[in-house]
Design a protein around this ligand. Structure first.
Ligand code: SAM
Length: 179
């Protein structure tokens, strides 16, 4: 199973912080790639790549022009499409069914500005993390954490330059390549 996020309609400057948080959340909770549509943003990509280089893992970020072609290609290749929306079916009611699909690759779509009706139709699953409006970052974190049963949070990245030494109080970071 590979988990890939599709972030819709990124806007230069205005969305940089939110899109960066989506990417970092995706990476930290087990996704391997973030694809985004809207404005191509080199500065956003560089920020995410810098974090991946420092903290390790194998996370990629790519821009595509057209979300519908991306979704259709994913389906043609046998992958499953999950669209996160407060209008969908509550995750708790679909989690067993979704876990049975984990032998396939999952494309998880998060919106920003208004999501077109076609996305709701193309998605195999329109999934709500509760039916209150909140945030694409929160929705993504909860979804990924439930679908991976929290495993990604415990993953250690062998290629990281730094690693946190957990402690009850204070802060400690090990510089792995300086030993
Ligand atoms: N009208 C939106 C909706 O359909 O969920 C809320 C817009 S919110 C600013 C932007 C994105 O956050 C949405 O496109 C969706 O991916 C995600 N989101 C927000 N609340 C959510 C919820 N309760 N369940 C699932 N996704 C949510």
């Amino acid at each position: 199973m590979t988990l890939v996020i599709l972030r819709l309609f990124h806007r230069l400057v205005r969305d940089k912080r939110m899109s960066t948080h989506i990417a970092l959340t995706a990476r930290a909770f087990g996704a391997k790639q973030l694809i985004y549509t809207g404005n191509h943003d080199g500065s956003f990509e560089e920020s995410v790549d810098r974090i991946t280089e420092e903290w390790g893992g194998n996370f990629h970020i790519n821009h595509v022009e057209n979300e519908l072609s991306c979704i259709k290609k994913w389906k043609q290749e046998g992958g499953i499409i999950v669209h996160l929306t407060m209008f969908g079916i509550e995750l708790e009611d679909k989690i067993v069914e979704l876990k049975q699909k984990l032998n396939k690759n999952l494309l998880i779509i998060v919106g920003g500005t208004k999501v077109p009706g076609a996305i709701y139709q193309l998605a195999d699953y329109n999934i709500a993390i509760g039916h209150q409006p909140h945030s694409e970052v929160a929705a993504l974190a909860v979804f990924l954490d439930r679908i991976t049963a929290g495993k990604a949070r415990k993953e250690k990245h062998l290629n990281a330059n730094v690693e946190i030494i957990p402690m009850e109080r204070g802060k400690s970071i090990k510089q792995k390549n300086k030993e």
